[in-house]
Write a protein that binds this ligand. Structure first.
Ligand code: SF4
Length: 249
């Protein structure tokens, strides 16, 4: 069987910084390439398809390798690093990992053999690819991108469809909010997500820093939005990007 490969930006050990699993140790694998245009994107380097893959093992000399990286090479690194740190899971992030569903499938199968869960971070607009990889993913971190946060908005129903596919699984939906978030956009997201059975855990994540999408909302605004979303959804939490607060990657 051919060894699938994907363009990677970086591989490193850190703590999960977002959502309900904040603080768990993970091996992060960040793919290159993304087809969305978030105005607050903090992964600009990963959006570019060109460039080497950077590996940053804890306590060792970082190194780079050409792209695309064959899965076998990534697994060799994983097997070498894993004993140095207890891992909750491997976090596959980006960029957009679901641009490479064959790679995700093969990676998930390899992790199953090793007893290491796969934690997938995806923007959530590629629901067909998500359906393909569902059997090998253990944790789903999905986004619901409000239109004002995208330079080129995509239909919001796509995000809702991904949330529907992961209903009842270990999953959550993150909504990034700013001081420019229109109440109508948040209300629409809450309405679409409330139609899912069971409805997903929703994380309102205040944007970090200022961008064209806006700056961090005031505390009173966050509480008002949590109240608004909670009128339809059973579990809505406000959690910032904790890795940024801690100075982690
Ligand atoms: S989905 Fe992620 S990588 Fe893509 S533009 Fe948005 S924040 Fe950046």
């Amino acid at each position: 069987m051919p060894d699938p490969a994907a363009p990677l930006a970086e591989v490193f050990l850190s703590l999960q910084g977002e959502g309900p699993w904040v603080g768990v140790p993970q091996l992060f694998v960040r793919v290159r390439g993304c087809d969305l245009t978030c105005r607050y994107c903090d992964s600009a380097a990963a959006r570019a398809l060109t460039g080497a893959a950077s590996f940053c093992p804890a306590g060792c000399v970082p190194f780079t390798t050409p792209n695309p990286v064959p899965l076998g090479d990534l697994l060799t690194v994983l097997d070498a690093w894993r004993p140095t740190q207890p891992l909750h899971s491997l976090a596959l992030t980006g960029g957009e990992p679901l641009l490479y569903p064959e790679f995700v499938l093969a990676l998930g199968a390899a992790l199953r053999e090793r007893g290491l869960p796969l934690y997938l971070e995806t923007a959530g607009h590629l629901s067909a690819a998500l359906a393909q990889v569902l059997p090998v993913v253990d944790y789903f971190a999905l986004d619901f991108k409000l239109p004002h946060t995208l330079a080129e908005p995509v239909p919001v129903e796509l995000f809702a469809e991904s949330a529907r596919l992961t209903a009842g699984r270990e999953a959550f939906v993150k909504i990034v909010v700013t001081d420019q978030t229109p109440e109508a956009e948040l209300a629409q997201a809450a309405r679409l997500l409330a139609e899912i059975s069971p409805p997903p855990l929703v994380i309102l994540q205040p944007v970090t820093g200022r961008s064209a999408a806006g700056g961090p909302p005031e505390p009173g605004q966050l509480l008002a939005w949590q109240r608004l979303a909670s009128e339809r959804l059973p579990d809505v939490r406000v959690i910032p990007q904790c890795h940024k607060l801690l100075g982690l990657r």
